[in-house]
Design a protein around this ligand. Sequence first.
Ligand SMILES: Nc1ncnc2c1ncn2[C@@H]1O[C@H](COP(=O)(O)OP(=O)(O)OP(=O)(O)O)[C@@H](O)[C@H]1O
Ligand SMILES: Nc1ccn([C@H]2C[C@H](O)[C@@H](COP(=O)(O)O)O2)c(=O)n1
Ligand SMILES: [Mg+2]
Length: 191
Amino acid sequence: MFNVVFVLGPPGSGKGTICSKIQENLGYVHLSAGDLLRAERERAGSQFGALIESHIKNGSIVPVEITCSLLENAMNLHKTANGFLVDGFPRNADNLSGWSKQMSGKVHEQFVLFLSCPVDICINRCLNRGEGRTDDNVDSLKKRVETYNNQTFPIIEHFGKLNMVREVDSERPVEEVYEDVVKVFEAANQM
Ligand SMILES: Nc1ncnc2c1ncn2[C@@H]1O[C@H](COP(=O)(O)OP(=O)(O)OP(=O)(O)O)[C@@H](O)[C@H]1O
Ligand SMILES: Nc1ccn([C@H]2C[C@H](O)[C@@H](COP(=O)(O)O)O2)c(=O)n1
Ligand SMILES: [Mg+2]
């Protein structure tokens, strides 16, 4: 049974940054759905490269069958891990239903870490990220924010109704955000 923490929030809210710190210090394995998709896009012989790139540039969501398989394959490479930080997933209803269909009985969903941050700040962070991403531009970000507002935030609300969401304000400096995130994990794991 894989222990899973979903990490959600607007583009640029700091999901990858915080997940890296959790992985370093708390024994969870960080799986970024976006990173896995970008790797698959680049993989020689991938049949999904063009499809993935079109979704990434358009700020839309890749069919769950592709993303969920990439996630499960990655988890199977770390069978002894204490848990997994599933970063940027589930991002819409298709992700959620496809995950339930494929992963039911294989995972324990511990909680959802929701990094909340004003969109204007998030956009500026992405525009200044400097990682050469094909979606860190005004046009793609506009679409990504629209996708977040219309498709992803309802997923956060869904988990909220199940009392599974742990919100942390990520508008603050990284170290302050991380301090509060550690408290969330300590409470969840009674460390
Ligand atoms: N608390 C913070 N304060 C200031 N800058 C931050 C903070 N957290 C992250 N950043 C910076 O903002 C940018 C985006 O962070 P990150 O890539 O972690 O966001 P993300 O939520 O994973 O975004 P995406 O969904 O686009 O992958 C990075 O350049 C990162 O260094
Ligand atoms: N569940 C997911 C996660 C990501 N993607 C695609 C679309 C996103 O805009 C892009 C980048 O993700 P990020 O690195 O910003 O988390 O990857 C998706 O289709 N489905
Ligand atoms: Mg990220």
